[in-house]
Design a protein. Structure first.
Length: 132
C-alpha cells in the first residue's frame, strides 16, 4: 500500500526534529524513540506542533514532548493505563505522561512497558469497534 511511501516522506522531518533538540534532550529523545520503534515498529512517527507524535493507523497514541529539563512521553488515551502503570503522571484531558529527565539514563524497561500497554489497548479497542 501507500504507507512505505508516506514513511519515506516523513523520515527526514523526524530526523531534523531530533537535530533541532539541544544535546541533552536529543540524547534522551533518541533513546526513547529507539525503544518505542523497537517495541512497536508499526507506529508511524511524525512531527506535530513541536512534538514527535506516534500514530497507529492514523490514530495518535503517543508523543515525545521536549521541555527544558525533561522530556514527556505522552499517552493520549491514558485513563485506564494509570492504574496499570503508576509511574504515569496525570496531565490534560485523560492524558498521562512519563517524565524523563535529561542527562539521566532512560528507564528502557519502563518505556517498553508503557508502549506495549498503549499499543495493546489500541489494538483491543480497534478489534471491538465495528469496521467503519
Amino acid at each position: 500500500g501507500p504507507m512505505p511511501f508516506r514513511r519515506r516522506l516523513t523520515q527526514p522531518l523526524v530526523e531534523s526534529w531530533f537535530d533541532l533538540q539541544p544535546p541533552g534532550p536529543q540524547a534522551t529523545a533518541r533513546a526513547v524513540h529507539a525503544v518505542v520503534m523497537a517495541v512497536a515498529p508499526r507506529l508511524e512517527p511524525a512531527v506535530r506542533s513541536g512534538s514527535l507524535v506516534y500514530a497507529l493507523d492514523r490514530a495518535h497514541l503517543l508523543a515525545l514532548a521536549p521541555h527544558r529539563t525533561h522530556l514527556h512521553l505522552q499517552v493520549f488515551d491514558g485513563i485506564d493505563l494509570g492504574r496499570l502503570l503508576p509511574e504515569l503522571e496525570s496531565s490534560a484531558k485523560g492524558q498521562r505522561q512519563l517524565r524523563l529527565r535529561h542527562g539521566q539514563p532512560v528507564d528502557e524497561a519502563l518505556v517498553r512497558r508503557v508502549v506495549q500497554a498503549v499499543v495493546e489497548q489500541a489494538s483491543a479497542r480497534r478489534s471491538v469497534e465495528p469496521p467503519a
